[in-house]
Design a binder for this molecule. Structure first.
Ligand SMILES: [Zn+2]
Ligand SMILES: [Zn+2]
Length: 359
């Protein structure tokens, strides 16, 4: 039995409970978690904004040590440090064939099947297939990526969602080049990772925007050269900071209609906006046909940073080793499983960066 935070039903309070994990089956591995980050998507899964079969153990940003491997698993062995990947690619589908592995048609398969049981024998589903809000988990072997050397195992959890997403948004989706002006909306865990990635890309100025003035220090430490508290005239203020032209690139890490609209409006003619935040179906953004034509801007979605985690992880690890990427700078709180509800409340109140569960 291992301790886990169980979501009994959509919108129900989390329960800390003992759960029973099976031995890893063929093609699976069992992982003892070192740490797990609390991501905004966990909040969205718990309140039904994103769909997830329940009861479930949520959590999709984790790192730990392999303790057992199932039949046919040859690339991992007990004792190996791993980062969990919540969107493992199958290698066989249309999208994998195109090399767009972040869009893999089969990446959500594990989340749809029960993986463990509660003390009463009832079945549990793994949140996003990874279920890292527990001391241990059992995942498909391709959802466990070998952790490159020199990266601390606890902070490595952040690589699994916030960092791959922020890094990928900058390098793959927006393809930020040195010297370009960048504005990042939303200074949470992903926003901070995005700011650091923009700094590493050599962007400047780098403007951070958040509703909370308390985020300024965090944002500047992550690479922001300017900080704005979100206001009605945010787009105008960004134009002022970018020579009256507008930013080359906007990265929206909130997932709300009004911030997406502001992000787009804050870019220059021909500018690029990437929507990194995961919003709900009720968030409708409108544009006039004339402005779409006149400004010649692009607006792109971004799934998991449009990254291939197996290829990106070694590159990101090199930046961690060199000190350019500061993983601990993303963490604003270290908590236990009991601290998840308070971490959700802090997110709703717009406070903090990443809360990291340390086992
Ligand atoms: Zn996430
Ligand atoms: Zn695929």
């Amino acid at each position: 039995m291992v301790r886990a935070a169980v979501l009994p039903a959509v919108n129900a309070p989390l329960e800390i409970a003992e759960i029973q994990l099976p031995d890893p089956g063929p093609g699976q591995v069992r992982v003892k978690l070192a740490a797990a980050g609390v991501c905004h998507s966990d909040l969205s899964l718990s309140n039904g904004t994103l769909k997830q079969p329940v009861p479930a153990v949520l959590g999709h940003e984790g790192a730990g040590t392999v303790t057992a491997v199932g039949d046919g698993v040859t690339h991992l062995a007990p004792g190996d440090p791993v980062v969990l990947n919540w969107a493992p690619s199958c290698g066989d589908c249309h999208f994998c064939g195109l090399g767009e592995v972040w869009l893999c048609a089969n990446s959500a398969a594990a989340a749809a099947k029960p993986y463990a049981t509660r003390a009463d024998g009832s079945e549990l589903y793994p949140g996003l297939g990874t279920a890292v809000f527990a001391e241990e988990t059992v995942v498909a072997a391709n959802a466990a990526l070998p952790l490159p050397a020199g990266v601390p195992l606890t902070e490595a959890a952040l690589l699994g969602c916030a960092v791959l997403t922020g890094w990928g948004a900058v390098h793959h989706s927006a393809q930020v080049r040195a010297g370009e002006s960048v504005v990042v909306f939303g200074v949470g865990g992903v926003g901070l990772a995005t700011l650091q990635a923009a700094r590493i890309a050599g962007a400047g100025p780098i403007v951070a925007v958040d509703v909370s003035p308390a985020k300024e220090e965090l944002a500047r430490a992550a690479g922001a050269t300017d900080f704005l508290v979100a206001a009605d005239d945010t787009a105008k203020s960004i134009r002022k900071l970018t020579g009256g032209i507008g930013a080359d690139v906007a990265l929206e890490c909130v997932g709300r209609a009004d911030t997406i609209r502001t992000a787009w409006s804050s870019t220059r003619r021909g500018g690029r906006t990437t929507v990194v935040g995961v919003g709900g179906q009720d968030q409708q953004v409108t544009f006039s046909a004339l402005e779409l034509f006149y400004f010649g801007r692009t607006l792109a979605g971004c799934v998991y940073g449009n990254s291939d985690p197996a290829k990106d992880l070694p590159v990101i690890a090199e930046h961690v080793r060199s000190g350019a990427l500061d993983l601990s700078g993303l963490v604003t709180e270290r908590i236990g499983l009991e601290g998840i509800p308070a971490a959700f409340d802090a997110m709703l109140a717009g406070k903090g960066g990443r809360a990291l569960i340390v086992f």
